[in-house]
Design a protein. Structure first.
Lengths: 343, 180, 389
């Protein structure tokens, strides 16, 4: 795709990219909301979920969006107006920026960056600022508590997330996400290259840590202390209504999708289909779909866990991060490093 | 080992509920996804569950039996029954006898906006003029329309089910619903 | 668990210290109003919590937002009408509300319900306990953050509610108990269906055991949280599963039965020595199982006969006073009925379990974290209607 795009002028390329980015985020988020939040969870609870809007309720999300758009956009009187209003956009920005480094096929991606995963990790923490802004700007005690908890938690879990990635980086010898995929595609495991070498096998501990930390980054149960609806109403989102609440809502699911995509790229071989030549042009079409399939699978895990478990308390959550996940991730790095040198 | 089993068991419980909902046990067709059958809920306006025969849905009035004795209106805990009647002379039963006095019902309203569905009125009526029907679909957009008058209450009579048999060991007398 | 007195003393001392600190240094805590509209208060309870960071310095429950004046209303209603009012006190186990009142009235009138009525009464009493506590089992999980169990609870409670409705005609407000017996006999086929429902409830208990009780996160959230020593619990008037979870082996159903036939069947009172939130959950879970066993045994032995004793059509209760209490789903519920020989009771004092159960919150909530407030309130298990009446 980069080859094709280079013949177009700058504005054409840019608008194609913007549209592609929007589609990638919104379509994925919409599908995840429908498939997991509406349907899978309903089945888990012996019910059917939305059935009226469209066949099997498939247009329910549209109805919800329509509903939220009609609602009044309330700003509390004592709120810090600018901060309050800007917060959802900051959160959403971080989601879109994450997408930039994600490869969807041999050529189908936005920018080639040798610091890919590093950039992704850095950008993902921008959402913390948005959440803190929301918590502070709302002038509400529940929001403030939620915002503080969120910040503490996101910072604590950024570390294991990063450390889990380091193992992959050592093994792939690159931070470029595209090359990480290629390393998995061209790699060999158990002396055969039939399925490539998805890092989930060699980096299983890293994968587990990544998934746990990702669950926490997404503030999904059991790490949903910041939004804990039975104690803090909805945490930092308490005062939001209408469009801005919708933005937070979409942001939540879009981020779940994008993080799962990163996990899929790092551990499940990304867009690669075993048996095909990684440079095959077919993968430019198939690749995004394969990646999407893996995203759906991983988010299924996320939501399965989310709707099964109770939540941790703040201190237990921090203890898990600092006393368990971080040492484990460090050990994982050491083992990976040693094996890399020895083997 | 402490951490894993409990968490995994929980996942198994919810996971198997998904499977049971999407693939309910239906013999050979089990493998065809049928969430509408597996779910515990029904899609209300399209599918309706039949309430039990005894369900207290709406009160039906058997107009012919009511003598406007006002007992029900008096016993109702929130006084939501409104009755008006007058006495009339009816022709005597036997030729040459005295003309009879009968009570004619002019008004019999139940305000369902106030009714608590306690069933006291049905219990106290000595002339078997009130019955419970399990119908429940009589909500109204306007609260004033919840006042059902005599004709509306009489229409419910058609929906009154027969009284059920009693469980074995009972010596209670079985009641009959009078024909409308 | 003999920290009772020491804890009380330290409570007093800490309160004094607090007052001094607030006076001298003027530290400004944050006052958080949890409720009256809050997702965790199942109704309109308000907890005014003074926070220091996320730690509670002092908490005060404020009730009365749902006061409906039943004690006063009962004075201007005839005896049969009162039952329909008191149905609404604890709306999840309504039938159980009627029983102590009817028993008190029966005692005043010196009538006794025929055995068949007593058995059916006991069955319905236990069914309403199951309907009530099933919801607690799901709701407790919601309070600590798991959403799915409460849907399981709603799903399986339905089987019990269906049975209650099939017998009484009302899902939530049966109004089925009468002075001297019951309103009606059971419909045909009810016994077999109830057995099926009990099987489903037992399956539900197993599910909850695996999904919630065995969950390590749940245990970490509830174990050691909100410990009530038996002495403190008793002095605050805690009853029911709350006090049994503190190791006090006391159950009105067994210890002072009156009018109900719990003594005819073989069952067990569950206690737990810990007194924490987990113990309260555990005891209730076991009680639900035990209740299904009680119902099963009672179903086997319903005697035949009439369901109504001979009572006049117009009920006039002779002058006198009576107090009857029973072990309701939420704890001990009692009615003190004073009659002057009229159609109406002269005075009805309702001792509802939840009111006493929440009165321990100021003592219990000191020094806990905000998330634990919710856990503790959830595990104390109150129904707002039962607090405010
Ligand atoms: S059901 Fe009860 S409240 Fe309703 S009309 Fe009859 S007596 Fe009155
Ligand atoms: S319905 Fe029955 S109780 Fe009421 S006025 Fe008519 S006869 Fe009397």
């Amino acid at each position: 795709m980069i080859g094709v795009l280079s013949e177009l002028s700058y504005w054409q390329v840019t608008s194609i990219r913007v549209v592609a980015g929007l589609v990638a985020v919104l379509l994925v988020a919409g599908t995840l909301v429908y498939a997991h939040l509406f349907k899978m969870v309903s089945f888990m609870q012996s019910r059917l979920g939305p059935m009226e809007a469209g066949p099997y309720g498939s247009l329910q999300l549209m109805a919800e969006i329509g509903k939220f758009l009609q609602k009044e956009d309330i700003v509390p009187r004592r709120a810090d107006r600018f901060v309050f209003k800007a917060a959802p956009f900051v959160v959403l920005t971080s989601t879109f920026l994450l997408l930039v480094v994600l490869p969807g096929g041999p050529d189908a991606w936005f920018i080639s960056n040798d610091l890919g995963i590093y950039l992704a990790m850095a950008v993902s923490s921008v959402s913390v600022i948005g959440i803190l802004m929301a918590g502070w700007g709302s002038a509400s005690k529940y929001s403030l508590l939620g915002g503080l908890r969120a910040t503490g938690q996101l910072i604590a879990y950024e570390l294991p997330l990063l450390l889990a990635v380091v193992g992959v980086v050592i093994q792939a010898e690159t931070m470029n996400l595209q090359e990480i995929v290629l390393a998995q595609a061209n790699g060999e495991i158990f002396g055969s290259g039939v399925i490539g070498n998805p890092f989930i096998i060699t980096q299983f501990v890293g994968f587990l840590i990544f998934m746990i930390a990702m669950q926490a980054e997404l503030t999904q149960t059991p790490f949903d202390m910041p939004v804990a609806e039975s104690e803090l109403v909805t945490g930092y989102m308490t005062e939001y209504s209408g469009l801005r609440f919708l933005l937070f809502f979409i942001g939540e699911f879009a981020t779940a999708g994008v993080f799962s995509a990163i996990a899929a790229v790092l551990f499940l071989g990304g867009w690669y289909v075993p048996g095909l030549d990684p440079a095959d042009n077919l993968l430019n079409v198939l690749g995004p779909l394969v990646l999407f399939g893996k995203v759906v699978l991983l988010t299924f895990l996320v939501f399965w866990v989310r709707f099964t478990f109770p939540r941790f308390r703040e201190d237990q959550l921090q203890r898990l991060a600092w006393k368990f996940l971080v040492p484990l991730a460090l050990a994982n790095i050491v083992v990976t490093g040693v094996l890399k040198v020895v083997v | 080992m402490g951490l894993v089993p409990g968490l995994v068991k929980g996942l198994v419980v919810t996971g198997s509920t998904v499977v049971r909902t999407v693939f309910p046990k239906r013999g050979v067709r089990t493998l065809v996804p049928a969430p509408t059958k597996g779910a515990a809920t029904v899609q209300y306006p399209h599918v309706k569950e039949a309430p039990p025969t005894r369900a207290r849905g709406v009160i039906a009035l058997h107009e012919g039996n009511c003598t406007a004795c006002m007992l029900c209106a008096r016993e109702c805990p929130d006084w939501c029954i409104y009755i008006e009647g007058h006495k009339e002379k009816a022709p005597p039963r036997r030729a040459g006898g005295k003309p009879r006095q009968v009570n004619i019902l002019d008004r019999f309203d139940i305000d369902y906006a106030l009714c608590m569905f306690c069933g006291i009125c049905v219990d106290v009526c000595p002339f078997e003029a009130l019955f419970w029907s399990p119908e429940y679909e009589f909500s109204e957009p306007r609260i004033a329309d919840l006042l059902h008058d005599m004709s509306r209450l009489s229409e419910w009579m058609e929906t009154v089910p027969e009284f059920e048999d009693y469980e074995s060991g009972s010596v209670a007398k079985q009641l009959k619903v009078p024909p409308t | 668990m003999t920290v009772t007195e020491r804890q009380q003393l330290s409570y007093i001392a800490a309160q004094a210290a607090d007052a001094r600190v607030n006076l001298e240094i003027e530290t400004e805590g944050m006052t958080l109003n949890i409720g009256p509209q809050h997702p965790a208060t199942h109704g309109t309870l308000r907890i005014v919590a003074k926070l220091d960071g996320e730690q509670v310095v002092a908490a005060e429950p404020v009730m009365g937002y749902m006061h409906r004046g039943y004690e006063k209303l009962a004075e201007v209603r005839t005896y049969p009408q009162v039952t329909t009012l008191i149905n609404r006190i604890d709306w999840l186990g309504s039938f159980a509300n009627e029983v102590p009142f009817i028993l008190a009235a029966e005692r005043l009138m010196e009538v006794e319900a025929p055995p068949r009525a007593q058995w059916i009464r006991t069955i319905l009493f236990e069914l309403s306990r199951i309907a009530n506590i099933t919801l607690f089992l799901g709701d407790m999980a919601v309070q600590v953050g798991a959403i799915t169990p409460v849907f399981f609870a709603f799903r399986d409670r339905e089987h019990v509610l269906n049975q209650i409705e099939a017998a009484t005609g009302g899902r939530f407000h049966p109004n089925f108990d009468r002075i001297g017996g019951l309103k009606d006999d059971l419909p045909a086929g009810w016994v077999a269906e109830t057995r099926g429902a009990m099987r489903k409830i037992r399956a539900f208990c197993d599910e909850i055991e695996e999904l919630v009780e065995g969950n390590e996160i749940f245990q970490a959230r509830t174990r050691g949280i909100g410990v009530i020593p038996p002495g403190v619990g008793l002095s605050y008037g805690l009853t029911g599963a709350n006090i049994r979870a503190s190791g006090v082996d006391w159950d009105v159903r067994r210890d002072s039965p009156c009018g109900l036939v719990h003594d005819q069947v073989d069952w067990k009172v569950w206690t737990h020595p810990d007194g924490d939130s987990f113990a309260r959950f555990w005891v209730r879970l076991q009680e639900t199982r035990e209740a299904t066993k009680i119902v099963d045994q009672l179903l086997d032995g319903i005697p035949s006969g009439p369901i109504m004793a001979k009572v006049p059509v117009i009920i006039k209760v002779p002058a006198g006073e009576a107090y009857v209490e029973t072990e309701n789903p939420l704890g001990v519920m009692g009615y003190y009925v004073v009659s002057k020989g009229d159609l109406n009771p002269f005075r009805v004092k309702i001792r509802s379990a939840s009111f006493s159960n929440v009165s321990i919150t100021p003592w219990l909530l000191r020094g806990v974290y905000v998330p634990d407030i919710i856990t503790i309130l959830g595990s104390l298990y109150f129904i707002l209607g039962d607090i405010d009446r």
